[in-house]
Design a protein around this ligand. Structure first.
Ligand code: FE2
Length: 370
């Protein structure tokens, strides 16, 4: 992507989508950050952009090294840092730099924890990789109970649920959820019955000397892309039929609807939902349901297959962070009579984690990545 000025110096262009697109004078004028036009502390506009003259033009534009100087016909003169402007234009392109993976993944996004990492570049790298892969693992965190909350607040804001601020993944006699039993759990996303669905799940391993109890992860977007290529009709059904997901306990009834694979308007992947223990398919014609059940079964099979699923044992001190809109997780069964398995979990929303990533990016003047 490149920014250039026309010969007459009255038009500014950016090469985008293999075309030269003229930057509208108002688009640029709204982004002027001169003193007096923006509030010093908040960076918010001190004027209503609707009041700008819609016939506003560029009187003169000039690029000098990394700066674009612009003089508008309303007398305002300003300069833009080219890198910042390109960054702003980049935000209009929805293609996030994600990396689809399967069980042959090399270079898993593993990091070593350092107390002050979320005040420096390492914190940015960690979050950037997390968004690229849909998960990451931080090793060597203190294997202490409740440390997870301290950690979660370093990268975002904890989202409490009816399970509390955090939940203990430990087998109990009368469990309220299958997670709290020693049974295996097939690949799933968490809590699709909530509004909104929690964006990020964090699991912290406090103790794990049990027999079995390996964690599993699957890139739901990679499976979705595979279906799109190999089983178009199934993909169509999974992206269009809305499922009801529900959680019911003595005093709680939660319910939400959504597609197994949800798409953005431009057809790109938005999120996956899979929770085969608490999903309810709507009434459809028998033929359609026949097809849907086949599609769902294949999706579940692929998500739990050797081709797509990775498996590893969490060690005490490991912090696993998962994008609950993309990555499915599960675990193998474990023996309650040998050793102890104790994980603690909590949720945070995407906006707070993205905010942290963007904050660190700005702090260290990093351009061109997510
Ligand atoms: Fe789960």
């Amino acid at each position: 992507m490149k920014i250039g000025v026309a010969k007459n110096k009255k038009k500014i262009f950016v090469s985008l989508y293999k075309k030269n697109i003229e930057l509208h004078p108002l688009w640029l004028r709204e982004r002027v950050n001169n003193q007096g036009l923006l509030d010093k502390n908040t960076g918010q506009r001190l004027y209503d952009p609707a009041d700008l003259n819609h016939k506003l033009k560029i009187k003169k534009a000039l690029i000098k090294k990394k700066l674009l100087n612009v003089e508008f016909t309303d007398g305002i003169e300003s300069h833009y840092h080219i890198d910042e402007l390109l960054e702003e234009i980049n935000k209009n392109i929805s293609n996030k730099k994600i990396f689809l993976w399967n069980s042959r993944i090399k270079n898993k996004p593993f990091f070593k924890f350092k107390t002050d990492m979320f005040n420096n570049r390492e914190g940015y790298s960690f979050l950037e990789k997390f968004y690229k892969y849909g998960f990451s693992i931080l090793k060597n965190t203190p294997a202490k109970k409740n440390f997870i909350i301290k950690f979660a607040n370093l990268i975002g804001v904890v989202r409490p649920t009816n399970f509390g601020v955090l939940f203990d993944v430990k087998s109990v006699r009368k469990a309220s959820d299958l997670a709290y039993t020693p049974h295996s759990l097939s690949a799933h996303t968490d809590n699709p019955y909530r509004k909104p669905i929690p964006g990020i799940q964090i699991l912290h391993c406090v103790k794990n000397d049990s027999e079995g109890g390996h964690s599993t992860l699957t890139d739901g977007f990679a499976v979705a892309e595979y279906l799109k290529k190999k089983h178009k009709n199934f993909f169509k059904l999974l992206t269009s039929v809305k499922i009801r997901f529900t959680f019911v306990s003595k005093d709680t009834i939660l319910e939400n609807w959504g597609e197994t694979i949800e798409l953005n308007k431009n057809g790109s992947l938005k999120r996956v939902r899979l929770s085969p223990r608490l999903d309810y398919v709507p009434i459809l014609k028998k033929d359609q349901l026949n097809q849907f059940y086949k599609a769902r079964a294949l999706f579940i099979k692929l998500c739990n297959s050797k081709k797509f699923m990775i498996q590893f044992k969490l060690e005490p001190g490991d912090m696993l962070i998962m994008d609950n809109y993309r990555t499915l997780h599960g675990r193998t069964a474990f023996n309650m009579n040998i050793g102890e398995r104790h994980l603690q979990g909590c949720y945070i929303d995407h906006d707070s984690a993205e905010s942290k990533m963007k904050y660190l990016k700005r702090k260290f003047n990093i351009y061109g990545q997510s």
